[in-house]
Write a protein of this length. Structure first.
Length: 284
């Protein structure tokens, strides 16, 4: 997996500084500095593994001499008792990396596992699941990576790579027409080429969007199923469609059956349960 070093390296360095401070005094006081050892990443849950590539980067950042033997890669299914990898070398280095590796992999694997469950539910419908910007500050890159590992699709990464005109933008701009025209003028005047999506809250707002055009995707927010189906019929394939608002693992298939291209779910990242795992010493 190709990692964005410009994002990942500062995250790792900051996390190491936060955890280690002026030294791992527990290890320094109990274990000889030159002691070598081996540990295994033990899976204690079932799901989709994510964060292995990041873990390798963490280990190597802390100590480039550590040796890692990967048995299970990102995106693979894991079950209780599986061993994802072994790490060998300086015991002090392994223990410095332990909590950062676990915290990162547990959360990433939880997100990938939840995403994968949604992806499997949607199989055969033609609808794909999107993440959102409802991410943990500073962890967006890792959380969105996890969604992709789980088989989902990344929405915009931030406020800079798509114009997404939401309800507040529409209200502050003075309506759908003003908002779309202003966005188009802004892109033209600044020579920016990024997609434009607009959120609609009713069939009336949808009719305004269809009349004026000038967007790439329409976000149908908090529509009931009857209204959503009608909206999809009116759009008639001219625009990419996305549904959002109150979509859960339990009802996502109902939204897909309405014919939307995408469903966006903040729950993929904002309320996920981490996958349980441990880094355990391997005795000689």
């Amino acid at each position: 997996m190709n990692l964005d070093k410009e994002i990942l390296e500062p995250f790792i360095l900051n996390a190491i500084a936060e955890d280690i401070g002026d030294g791992d005094h527990t290890s320094l006081s109990t274990i000889p500095a030159q002691q070598l050892g081996k540990a295994k990443l033990l899976i204690k849950d079932s799901g989709i593994l994510a964060g292995v590539a990041v873990a390798l980067k963490i280990f190597k950042t802390i100590d480039s001499t550590l040796s890692i033997d990967v048995l299970i890669n990102d995106g693979q299914t894991v079950n209780y008792g599986d061993i994802a990898f072994y790490v060998s070398g300086s015991v002090h280095s392994i223990l410095k990396a332990e909590r950062l590796v676990l915290n990162t992999m547990q959360r990433m694997s939880g997100i990938a596992s939840k995403t994968n469950r949604i992806v499997k539910i949607l199989e055969g419908t033609g609808t794909q699941v999107l993440d959102t910007r409802k991410t943990t500050p500073g962890l967006r890159y890792l959380e969105k990576m996890s969604v992709k590992i789980g088989g989902g699709v990344n929405h915009r990464f931030g406020l800079y790579d798509m114009i997404l005109i939401k309800d507040n933008h529409v209200d502050y701009a003075g309506g759908i027409t003003n908002a779309i025209r202003s966005a188009q003028n802004y892109l033209t005047n600044n020579q920016i080429t990024i997609p434009v999506e607009i959120e609609v809250r009713s069939l009336f707002e949808l009719s305004q969007v269809i009349e004026i055009g000038g967007v790439d995707r329409i976000l149908l927010d908090n529509f009931d199923f009857v209204t959503l189906r009608e909206a999809i019929e009116q759009i008639n394939g001219v625009y990419i469609t996305e549904a959002s608002g109150g979509i859960t693992e339990e009802n996502v298939l109902d939204y897909a059956h309405c014919g939307v291209d995408y469903v966006s779910m903040g729950a993929l990242t904002h309320s996920v349960r981490s996958l349980d795992m441990s880094l355990k010493a391997v005795n000689p």
